[in-house]
Design a binder for this molecule. Structure first.
Ligand SMILES: [Zn+2]
Length: 238
């Protein structure tokens, strides 16, 4: 739709030799396209679940990306102590390296999803066939090591593309986004991270965090207590 409007506007500008307008249309389109790639909440190439469905009890979902890692065990202990269930989006290669932690996630009642096999830095430049391979391999490792078949997928870096849209269709995976981004990987101040989370906290929130970050483990108990005090229940992504 966006592309059709852009092509029509460009054709009109070219036909009337409005070169400045043509440049403006192109710049605006490239800006919208790039932002659509970077912002999962825009649902630009495909629809992601960015919030929980409504429920009679105010609910939030903690989600952790990029595990399993040795540090995931610290997060799992905290969740167990506070009787909280969360959703972990796993990297296939890491499941292969630390299958016992992936199994522990399942055993403790957490949900798990696919976060690609390699989480390669340039994964978002891959074409459909390579992405299908990434998604399939991750699901195979999860199934092999946990006997769990997942249908959930979180795009690495939250970046979406047309090729990923096709890969999701072919692998029958459902994209899960978020409504609160913790920016824990870039955080160094515990108090600032807690305040950022607390300020945005609202019913149906899906919160993006990472289980390999020590700062996340430091802030998590306080955040769980805070959310509970406000009446929120913790749910997994179903
Ligand atoms: Zn990631």
């Amino acid at each position: 739709m966006c592309s059709a409007v852009f092509i029509a506007l460009c054709a009109a500008a070219m036909f009337t030799q409005q070169w400045l307008l043509l440049g403006i249309f192109t710049a605006v389109y490239v800006g919208i396209f790039m932002t659509g790639c970077a912002r999962i909440g825009w649902n630009f190439f495909f629809t992601s679940q960015n919030e929980l469905p409504s429920s009679t009890i105010p609910s939030i979902a903690l989600t952790f990306d990029d595990g399993p890692t040795p540090h995931s065990a610290v997060i799992l202990d905290i969740l167990k102590q506070h009787d909280v269930k969360a959703t972990f989006f796993l990297i296939g290669q890491r499941v292969e390296a630390l299958p016992q932690i992936a199994r522990q996630m399942i055993a403790q009642g957490h949900a798990i999803g696919n976060h690609s096999h390699t989480h390669h830095h340039f994964i978002n430049t891959k074409r459909t066939a390579d992405l299908v391979n990434e998604l399939t391999q991750c699901n195979q490792r999860i199934l092999q090591h946990t006997q769990h078949q997942t249908t959930l997928f979180r795009p690495p870096h939250g970046v979406t593309t047309q090729h990923l849209a096709l890969a999701l269709k072919r692998t029958h995976l459902r994209s899960i986004g978020w409504s609160i981004r913790s920016f824990d990987t870039a955080s160094t101040d515990d108090e600032a991270l807690f305040r950022r989370l607390a300020k945005q906290l609202q019913d149906r929130a899906i919160i993006l965090m990472h289980d390999h970050c020590p700062i996340t483990a430091r802030v998590l108990p306080r955040f769980i207590a805070h959310a509970r005090q406000l009446g929120y229940q913790f749910v997994t992504i179903a």
